[in-house]
Write a protein that binds this ligand. Structure first.
Ligand code: NAG
Ligand code: NAG
Ligand code: NAG
Ligand code: NAG
Ligand code: NAG
Ligand code: NAG
Ligand code: NAG
Ligand code: NAG
Length: 434
């Protein structure tokens, strides 16, 4: 009865957490797009567009962000530095100077690293990759300059672009309308003078896993030292619609050239598993010392076409308030509400294991975590030692149902066994003696 109740509550919880864009573990997480008008031109303005990723553990991975919007009037983009519109559109009305883009709804992408110096801009040219705020705040910003024509030329006549869209790289983000905010202030290089933008507007984009896709993108499996049972990921945790497209780990196709090459549409090539997830997180309760206990965490990639760069793992467990040591991963506690300290993010160490390689023998990273017990709450019973929530790259992973967790062998049962063995032995001894 109790397990049913737990499952029901868990199910409701999952349903609710999928439906809301709001992420309880990162309540202030968003990507903010700021337009600073730096100068007016005869027919428009020059603006610096800055994207800040304020999300603690959700980054934008290669092939990077794609930003779109709809012009309010007949604006065109004369030039762009540090980014480019993917399509020029119909500029046939122009003679002589031809704009960079004449589309009503431009689609803009970052430049790749190594573009010529005169096409670069501060914080540009990273192939659209934006690190998460929690992992690397310096790399969580991207910027470009845009020169807009056929636009307003004063802060009264300029019309804000509408209908912002952000792909990062897949769907999932929803953007607010642009809102005029107090103009940004900038320091000059010598820090002795402040200048300010002529006009500034902000757009805020928030992520929802529900918008991104209907299935989770990762799952969790569990094991312990005290029970041989390995609780695997739920079957079809990430959807089995594409099961016919998966590839067995011993398939000859894997030795073909180009099998790992990413596709333009980011279509995965998954190893066949019963869960069909691109990523599995395994949580193993490894040791129980007097004062401490130890967990081993393993991340496995099942996608032959993706290397996960700058991956992040978030776990929620009541004992994460007392992490003593994390081996071979970096760790940072996340304290969304000051009173509760039960969530933390793990990420790879730079140049060591911050790359989770494509599926195959090298496609995993692992760590061990040493936790100090709180004597009042620590228990190996009833699945307490397992995480309450797990996120990979900002997407919540599916946990197995609690009634399948490996349980601590029943003590009453064990004692019974001990007693019966005792009786047996006494009986045998008596038998031998007499
Ligand atoms: C966006 O994130 C920043 C940083 O966490 C926060 O200060 C700001 O309030 C957020 N904006 C919105 C509209 O949620
Ligand atoms: C506008 O966005 C910037 C980040 O790009 C942020 O620092 C600023 O606080 C935002 N302004 C408002 C009013 O939200
Ligand atoms: C427009 O500029 C004037 C001064 O030139 C300033 O007083 C006003 O607040 C600005 N309005 C906006 C919306 O930025
Ligand atoms: C907003 O943009 C999306 C995608 O570009 C498009 O499907 C939608 O029709 C646009 N909405 C408006 C009101 O322009
Ligand atoms: C992953 O990285 C390795 C080493 O840098 C590279 O050989 C391989 O092609 C990459 N795989 C994918 C799917 O990008
Ligand atoms: C939260 O727990 C971590 C250890 O995991 C500790 O370093 C940190 O000080 C704690 N923070 C608060 C606010 O209790
Ligand atoms: C960590 O555990 C010790 C021992 O139970 C306890 O005294 C201490 O308060 C705990 N620290 C936190 C941050 O809860
Ligand atoms: C191990 O856990 C499984 C699954 O919960 C349970 O069925 C089994 O009885 C446990 N094994 C022992 C020895 O208690």
């Amino acid at each position: 009865m109790r397990t049913y109740l737990i499952t029901l509550v868990g199910l409701l919880f999952v349903l609710f957490s999928y439906a809301a864009a709001y992420d309880p573990l990162d309540p202030n997480g968003n990507i903010t797009i700021k337009w600073d008008v730096m100068s007016w031109t005869p027919d428009g303005y020059v603006a610096v567009v800055t994207m800040n990723n304020f999300q603690m553990y959700r980054h934008i991975m290669s092939p990077g962000w794609t930003l779109g919007w709809t012009w309010a009037k007949k604006e065109v983009i004369w030039t762009m530095i540090g980014a480019q519109a993917t399509e020029q559109g119909d500029c046939s009305k122009f003679k002589g100077n031809i704009p960079h883009c004449c589309k009503k709804t431009p689609t803009v992408v970052d430049m790749l690293p190594g573009v010529p110096y005169n096409q670069q801009f501060t914080n540009c040219c990273k192939g659209g990759v934006l690190a998460s705020w929690g992992q690397d705040p310096q790399s969580s910003v991207s910027a470009f300059q845009v020169s807009v024509g056929q636009a307003g030329t004063t802060n009264k006549t300029v019309k804000l672009p509408k209908n912002f869209t952000l792909l990062g790289p897949g769907p999932g983000y929803t953007c607010s309308p642009a809102k005029i905010v107090p103009p940004t202030k900038f320091f000059t290089a010598d820090l002795r003078r402040k200048t300010q933008a002529l006009m500034t507007w902000n757009v805020t984009c928030t992520y929802s896993q529900f918008v991104a896709q209907k299935h989770p993108k990762c799952c969790v499996s569990l094991s312990t030292f005290y029970n041989e049972t390995i609780t695997s990921c739920p079957s079809c945790a990430c959807g089995c619609e594409n099961k016919h497209k998966c590839i067995k780990s011993d398939s000859k196709l894997l030795s073909m050239v180009g099998v790992n090459t990413p596709r333009k549409d980011n279509a995965p090539l998954l190893q066949c598993t019963q869960h069909m997830c691109p990523v599995r997180i395994h949580w193993h309760v490894k040791l129980n010392y007097k004062e401490y206990w130890r967990v081993k965490i393993t991340l496995t990639n099942f996608n032959y076409r993706v290397n996960y760069t700058q991956w992040t793992l978030v776990a929620q467990h009541p004992n994460l308030n007392n992490v003593t040591q994390v081996f071979s991963f970096d760790y940072k506690p996340l304290v969304p509400y000051q009173s509760i300290n039960d969530t933390g993010m793990f990420y790879g160490m730079k140049f060591y294991n911050d790359l989770l390689m494509e599926a195959g023998p090298a496609g995993n990273v692992q760590s061990e975590v040493l936790l100090q017990k709180d004597k009042d709450t620590f228990t190996l019973k009833q699945g307490w030692a397992f995480p309450r929530k797990v996120y990979f790259n900002g997407d919540e992973c599916m946990l197995p149902p609690p009634d399948t967790y490996p349980y601590l062998p029943n003590f009453a049962h064990q004692n019974l066994v001990a007693f019966s063995t005792l009786f047996c032995s006494i009986f045998l001894i008596l038998l031998v003696l007499f």
